[in-house]
Design a protein. Structure first.
Length: 195
């Protein structure tokens, strides 16, 4: 896999469903970009499914999925959150939150049964989800005098970075965003253009 690419979900919510011994497991997979967004989604699920026994979840954040969390919400340790997180990892995804809501059916499933149930519900939601490959970008800021504008814009036109911010005054400032693997080359070409 490319080091400056990662796979995440499209912005629509995908749902999965699993039932075992009258217990119902409702799974929801979301594209997320921050812990604040995750907290808001979890709060809305807890409010919407206030009568459910458990609202378990797992998430992975960051282009390299460096930030992860799994929560069992009262289920026996590692029987809910870990299997959900395992599905996110095995699908090769990041910037993803999967919530599994459990309505207890009156029959205990045991730890093995719970692991299978949470894993299956999460997998069903993720299998239905649309995925998209995104690029890891890096920002490059360049400062130059107005007379150097043509040289700078020639590099920008050639390398096609995304212009994030621009200020044209006595001193001009351009903030550009480009694929991480091309950032060093962009810096060097801009430096050369300013000589």
């Amino acid at each position: 896999m490319n080091t400056d690419e990662y796979t995440t979900l499209t912005d629509t919510v995908a749902e999965g469903y699993y039932t075992e011994k009258r217990s119902k497991f409702l799974a929801f997979a979301h594209h997320v970009e921050s812990t604040e967004q995750i907290k808001a989604l979890l709060a809305s699920y807890r409010k919407l499914y206030y009568d459910a026994r458990h609202v378990c979840y797992a998430y992975a954040l960051g282009p390299d999925a460096a930030e992860t969390r799994a929560n069992d919400d009262g289920e026996p340790s590692s029987t809910a959150g870990k299997p959900i997180l395992g599905q996110i990892v095995s699908h090769g995804l990041t910037d993803v939150l999967v919530v599994v809501v459990r309505y207890y059916g009156g029959v205990n499933l045991g730890t093995g049964g719970l692991i299978v149930a949470y894993r299956t519900a999460a997998a069903e939601a993720l299998n239905k989800a649309g995925t998209v490959v995104r690029q890891v970008e890096e920002q490059v800021t360049v400062r130059f005098v107005y007379e150097q504008m043509n040289n700078v814009m020639r590099v920008v036109k050639d390398m096609q970075p995304r212009i994030v911010d621009q200020q044209f005054d006595n001193c001009c400032v351009l903030t550009l965003s480009i694929r991480k693997s091309e950032a060093e080359q962009l810096r060097k070409r801009l430096d050369d253009a300013l000589i």
